[in-house]
Design a protein around this ligand. Structure first.
Ligand code: GDG
Length: 506
């Protein structure tokens, strides 16, 4: 939990998805708590403070109704024992939430033109460059009237909340949707302490040159409105400082990760995000998970058989197709493994409105069908591909796999790797891309993958499957220890300690 002195400052959080969202069923309005370690860590922090508000996008129709009822203000949500809105004094942990609505056309340009396709693709190095991206007047307009306009609306909501607290607050901004917010908040509220944490990779200056100079400079200037820009790894933080030097011509101190802008110093820092280990262990011990474990063991692990697992969104950055090609090569080159090793892929369809993502799902299906046709033995197909959202099933599979395959082309951190390290009970091997942020922390316990080299990945999978059990267990225990001592609470408290120092509270 946070360093106590920072608690003297009110807190304003901003993220695209918030801690709760509203829906409607036959019984009336329902409140759902947001899932995931980030939401629980930040909610945990906000619930402990006297004065905190979470600004986020209205993501459902009912959210928009709630926002309009609140007339642009915030609502108070008591989060335990079940989430519900309260009018005055809560009798349990609570959090203030301000749901922001924006013009639907502007939001579409912000989200489905700039944030998800363009920024995500630039930052994960997904563009082939020969033919994409093509930046036309439509993209320029979408930047101005979508990304920049929506950022202004969110920044103004944050400014409103800061001013309501006397103009001095700790402001925590999250992710690539809001690169222009910090600059505007600082301009209007010069006494804030501002940090912006970025959950995805930050590439070097040459990748950013894909974007027009005027746009990339605005994005960087926007971020430099922060006091601290936080990343998962030292590599991304260095890239950010290099971008400030190379693309904006600013003075920097690369060793200490500092950028000198106007009369201020902006710090690039790295705080590797992590998982809520206690919550994960609790999920592991539920009956739901136990039922899945029994079924998975029965299906995949009778006798001497082994299981390779992957759990990912169907995002091209996760490199699912090359992962299957590597598995196909493994079976081609080691026919003795056919019938003995299965590959379970639990994939969650993602961003299917983006053409590249829809095409990618089709390609995954075709590659799996081809490998299964080539290597089916005794009626058993080597790859079991399941497209579904089922977190308990994922946790069950984490606990009994022999190898977790994480071969992302680029991945900010990759929480799946950390989750497997904590809950696996079978000496599971982490087969981990050198381009996943998690590799900086866990690479020494993993089998390293080169995500473009299918042959190297096939060899690495073979090495993982044939590694002596003792060695597997030794590596897994060390990885689990690293994650347990650096869980999501640590991610947050390290940031708050730094900010407390900056604000002169320690
Ligand atoms: C972004 C960055 C960074 C799995 N199956 C289901 C499900 N999961 C959970 C996993 C894990 C999470 O979803 C996925 O997290 P990742 O970190 O692997 O990947 P991204 O979604 O791309 O996350 C990433 C992260 O932000 C945090 O900063 O690590 O690099 O790209 O926790 O166990 N969740 C649900 N249903 C499932 O079926 N709801």
């Amino acid at each position: 939990m946070p360093a106590t002195p920072i608690l003297n400052l009110p807190l304003v959080l901003l993220s695209n998805r918030g801690p709760v969202s509203f829906d409607r069923d036959v019984s009336g309005r329902t409140v759902n708590r947001g899932a995931g370690g980030l939401v629980s860590a930040l909610s945990g922090l906000a619930e402990h403070l006297d004065d905190a508000v979470w600004v986020c996008g209205a993501s459902t129709e009912e959210d928009a109704v709630v926002a309009s009822e609140a007339q642009g203000g915030s609502i108070l949500v008591q989060t335990s024992p079940y989430p519900h809105v309260v009018e005055d004094e809560p009798d349990g942990p609570s959090i203030r939430v301000r749901l922001v609505t924006t013009d639907p056309a502007a939001y579409a340009d912000f989200y489905s033109v700039w944030s998800n396709p363009i920024l995500w693709f630039v930052q994960h190095g997904l563009y082939g460059r020969a033919l994409s991206p093509v930046i036309t007047l439509a993209e320029h307009d979408a930047f101005e009237n979508g990304y920049a306009a929506v950022n202004r609306v969110y920044a103004d909501a944050v400014v409103d909340e800061v001013r309501a607290r006397g103009g001095k607050a700790l402001v925590l901004l999250q992710d690539y949707h809001f690169y222009l917010v910090a600059e505007r908040v600082r301009e209007l509220c010069p006494d804030v302490v501002l940090t912006h944490f970025i959950h995805i990779p930050w590439p070097g200056p040459d990748e950013w040159r894909i974007l027009p100079a005027g746009i990339r400079e605005r994005l960087l200037r926007g971020l430099l409105g922060s006091d601290v820009v936080g990343f998962h790894t030292r590599r991304y933080a260095r890239h950010f400082v290099l971008c400030a030097q190379d693309l904006l011509g600013l003075d920097v101190d690369l060793d200490n990760l500092l950028v000198f802008v106007d009369d201020r110093v902006v710090r690039a820092r790295y705080y590797p995000i992590s998982v809520d280990t206690a919550a994960l262990e609790a999920t592991l011990s539920t009956e739901d998970v136990a039922g899945h474990v029994a079924m998975l063991r029965y299906t995949f692990l009778d006798g001497e058989r082994q299981l390779i697992l992957r759990v990912d969104r169907t995002d091209p950055s996760k490199n699912v197709v090359r992962g299957f090609l590597a598995f196909g090569a493994l079976l081609d080159q080691h026919p003795e493994l056919v019938g003995k090793v299965s590959f379970l892929a639990l994939l969650q369809p993602s961003r299917t409105d983006v053409p590249e993502y829809a095409d990618y799902i089709a390609l995954i299906g075709a590659v799996v069908a081809e490998i299964n046709a080539r290597h089916t033995k005794d009626g058993r197909q080597p790859i079991d591909l399941r497209m579904a959202e089922d977190f308990p099933l994922a946790v069950a599979a984490y606990s009994i796999c022999d190898v977790i395959l994480v071969n992302a082309l680029a991945d900010g951190m990759n929480l799946v790797t950390k989750e497997v390290a904590v809950v696996n009970r079978r000496g599971g091997v982490l087969a981990l891309s050198e381009n996943a942020g998690a590799h900086e922390e866990l690479g020494e316990y993993a089998v390293t993958l080169h995500p473009f080299d299918v042959q190297q990945m096939a060899d690495a999978l073979y090495g993982a499957l044939t590694m002596p059990l003792e060695e597997r267990q030794r590596r897994l225990a060390a990885a689990a220890e690293q994650v347990r001592t650096h869980d999501v609470g640590r991610w947050l408290s390290d940031q708050l300690d730094d900010l407390a120092q900056l604000a002169g509270y320690l």
